[in-house]
Structure formats: C-alpha cells, structure tokens
Write a protein of this length. Structure first.
Length: 191
C-alpha cells in the first residue's frame, strides 16, 4: 500500500506545484503499476497505463474531493483505465504472456520445487482471472489480490455491496474450478 499523502500536499499539487505532484507520484507509482500489471500482465502496457493514470490525475486534481482517500481515487482511475484497455481491440488481441519474475516474491527459504509450484499456481490464477468478465476480474483483483475492503471495492468500482459480493463469489468459484480441474491428477503430492 502506498504511503499516506497529506491533504496539504494534494492541495499544493492541485494549485500546480510540480514538486508536490512529484511526491504524490513517487509515493503511489509502485502500487498503481502493480494494479495495472495484475490486470494486463504486460510490463510495457502496465507502464503505459501507470503513466496515463498520473497524467489523468494531474489534469483532474483540481476536482479532487478530499472526503475520498487519494488511494481510492487512484484505484478507480487505474481500474477504469485497465478495463478500458481490456475492452479495447488491442487488449482483446494481446499476447497473454505473464512475466512471473515481476510478480513473485521468492524468499530465501524457498526451494526450487516450491518456487516451481508457486510459479505454476500464479500462472493458473492469472490465466483463470483472464477468463472472468471485466467486472469479476476487477472485483477479484481489488479484493483478493490488492486486499481492499469490500467497502473500498464498492467505492472504487461504483458498485453496490451486493454486486461486489456476487461478482467476487462467481470469480472465486470460476478460479477455484480451474484450479481444481488442473490439480485433480494422480499426483497428489502438491495438494
């Protein structure tokens, strides 16, 4: 999660301070990129989306509502931008290669076998998430992968709690089914 930004810094950036805006970008760019990457699975596309998110933030900072957390607003911008990308012709026809080295945090006590299982599981989860509807994918990423609360997901996606709950249920069900189908083999050592 990004570092908290003070309301004063946001106001200063809204008045045109490039230094204040730079501080906002530096505090939030990693998480914006991480969210974008979880949606598009492509380093260059995630970088482009991240840049676009901050351009949009800069252009619209003057209408920022201080009652909403900046991170919630950024989640909304990046999620909408990613959904637009996925709906676009380019997004639908892109190559779904996943660079696992960018998303796996391998600790020093891991073994090659556990790393391989983790890599395989990550690939399967992302592949299954790619088959979800855009709303299901957005809810799954924000709630389960990003760890937002249900209320934050509702606010970010402008959805009711019931819609979030329903989309999350169906997303989890579809992903679990994909994983179940993959791991129902004669090799029970991984289970």
């Amino acid at each position: 999660m990004p570092e908290p930004i003070t309301p004063e810094l946001i106001q200063e950036a809204a008045r045109g301070s490039q230094q204040a805006f730079r501080a906002i970008v530096e505090a939030n760019q990693r998480f914006v990129y991480a969210v974008a990457f979880r949606f598009v699975h492509d380093q260059h596309e995630a970088e482009d989306i991240t840049q676009d998110v901050f351009v949009r933030l800069w252009k619209n900072l003057h209408v920022y509502n201080a009652e909403v957390k900046l991170t919630t607003w950024l989640y909304k911008i990046v999620t909408n931008r990613c959904l637009d990308f996925l709906k676009s012709r380019h997004g639908r026809h892109r190559n779904n290669k996943v660079d696992l080295s960018l998303q796996l945090n391998v600790n020093s006590t891991s073994t090659p076998e556990t790393d391989l299982h983790r890599q395989e599981l990550t690939t399967l989860v992302y592949a299954a998430a790619d088959e979800l509807t855009p709303k299901q994918k957005a809810v799954f990423i924000l709630r389960d992968l990003e760890g937002l609360t249900s209320d934050e997901v509702c606010e970010t996606l402008s959805m009711t709690a019931g819609n979030v709950k329903s989309n999350l249920f169906h997303a989890r069900q579809k992903i679990a089914e994909k994983l179940k189908n993959k791991y129902q083999t004669t090799d029970k050592s991984f289970l």
